[in-house]
Design a binder for this molecule. Structure first.
Ligand SMILES: NC(=O)c1ccc[n+]([C@@H]2O[C@H](COP(=O)([O-])OP(=O)(O)OC[C@H]3O[C@@H](n4cnc5c(N)ncnc54)[C@H](OP(=O)(O)O)[C@@H]3O)[C@@H](O)[C@H]2O)c1
Length: 376
């Protein structure tokens, strides 16, 4: 690790940001800066962490990513790595990453905005010139999904189909940034790679059932995520890439499907304005569901023996530990940067930067398990 490694967490009081801060605070020798637009909110988390006996040195700072002097504010904080969790990234520009280039520090984000992550390499030349590493999408998608693909791809001559789905537990609290993100593409058209060509689907439509070994059957809808743009290049020869989110409550899933129709009919243009109301409503209804969530990738293709092969990778998170999943890639990648293990300067998406074993190792202490089933 660098002499005085310092991690600055943007959006440190958020749903995922606070979890990342609590976990990084357990790292001895680390200096952690929790940022918020409100000093009171940041201080409150810092005291909670101090009360829990964190091993890192933890302080707070006020930062608004819309500030005109963001780069100099960042420079004053002297970060080694910035973790940017202040989504939604859909529609956001690269100002935080650009400020990191100016400040000469590394950058990691949790972005799930398809254009945001797929277009991130536009910063590559500037990042290389500044000798910094900028990573986008260090989260479930495409961080964990690409690690799973890499673990499994050696079993195939060629992969033809990758179907990913996530089934969050109903009782998992949802941050406003995530609610805004999932509403941003409700009813919006986007392209998915289907049977070797691009096909248009609409956000939260393309309804289909998913069967999860530990969760049972869940209705799911299509979401616009970075993997849909990245995997057709990342996995040469793949003919179909899909992603669906399977909410636990079918009425929630059907509600989003109906809202998508209202958008398609031109009756509602932008649902994100109602995100605070949806967030409040989901808090009131939170008790009507379980604390168990999951994720799965179904990968089909031709095995090494030339025969059709299917691999089914499952993750189950018990006790409401699901929200630790999107946080873990950012933590793993930030640690790699601090330890100098990720030294290829430039700006790129989080594809294949860690293994499933490394991901699971950082999750030890949480009730999360994974399983690979052949032919499942
Ligand atoms: N790629 C993936 O697989 C994946 C998975 C899950 C989530 N995500 C993404 O992760 C993001 C974070 O989600 P979340 O649920 O944690 O959101 P959240 O709870 O709303 O947290 C975001 C935090 O950012 C801070 N913030 C907002 N505007 C800011 C600004 N202008 N400048 C600085 N800070 C600002 C806010 O803190 P203050 O109000 O205290 O400033 C807020 O608490 C979302 O965009 C979500 O889509 C990605």
């Amino acid at each position: 690790m660098a002499a005085h490694p310092r991690v600055v967490v943007f959006g440190g009081t958020g749903h995922f940001g606070a979890r990342i801060c609590r976990r990084l605070a357990k790292e001895p020798g680390l200096e952690l800066v929790v940022t918020s637009r409100s000093l009171a909110r940041a201080d409150s988390l810092v005291s909670e962490i101090h009360d829990d006996g964190g091993l890192a040195t933890v302080t707070s700072a006020v930062v608004d990513q819309n500030a005109g002097d963001l780069a100099s504010q960042l420079k004053n904080l002297k970060p080694t790595v910035v973790i940017h969790t202040a989504g939604p990234y859909q529609g956001q520009d690269y100002r935080v990453a650009k400020a990191c280039i100016v400040a000469g520090c590394h950058y990691v984000d949790l972005a799930d905005g398809r254009q945001f992550v797929a277009g991130f390499d536009v910063l590559d030349a500037e990042a290389k010139a500044a000798d910094v590493v900028l990573i986008s999408g260090a989260s479930t998608l495409p961080g964990v999904s690409s690690a799973v693909v890499d673990e499994i791809r050696g079993r195939f001559q060629n992969i033809e189909r990758i179907e990913t789905s996530i089934a969050p537990a109903h009782q998992t609290p949802r941050g406003l940034g995530t609610v805004r993100a999932v509403l941003s593409y409700c009813g919006a058209p986007f392209d998915t790679w289907c049977e070797g060509g691009w096909r248009t689907v609409h956000g939260w439509q393309d309804l289909r059932w998913q069967r999860y070994p530990s969760l049972g059957r869940r209705l799911s809808g299509a979401c616009d995520v970075p993997d849909l743009a990245l995997f057709p290049d990342y996995v040469r020869g793949v003919r179909t890439v899909s992603f669906h989110a399977a909410l636990e409550a079918p009425w929630e899933q059907l509600g989003l499907w109906a809202m998508a129709w209202l958008t398609r009919a031109g009756m509602v243009r932008d649902w994100t304005k109602l995100a605070p109301r949806f967030s409040a409503m989901s808090k009131r209804l939170i008790r009507f569901g379980s604390i168990r969530g999951g994720m799965q990738l179904r990968i089909e293709g031709t095995g090494l023996d030339g025969k059709a092969r299917t691999c089914h990778w499952h993750l189950v998170a018990e006790q409401n530990h699901g929200p630790e999943i999107p946080c873990t890639p950012a933590i793993v990648v930030a640690k790699q940067l601090l330890e100098g293990k990720l030294s290829k300067s430039g700006a790129y998406p989080c594809l294949g930067l860690f293994t499933v074993a490394e991901f699971m190792q950082d999750l030890s202490g949480f009730d999360v398990s994974v399983r690979l089933v052949e032919g499942g």
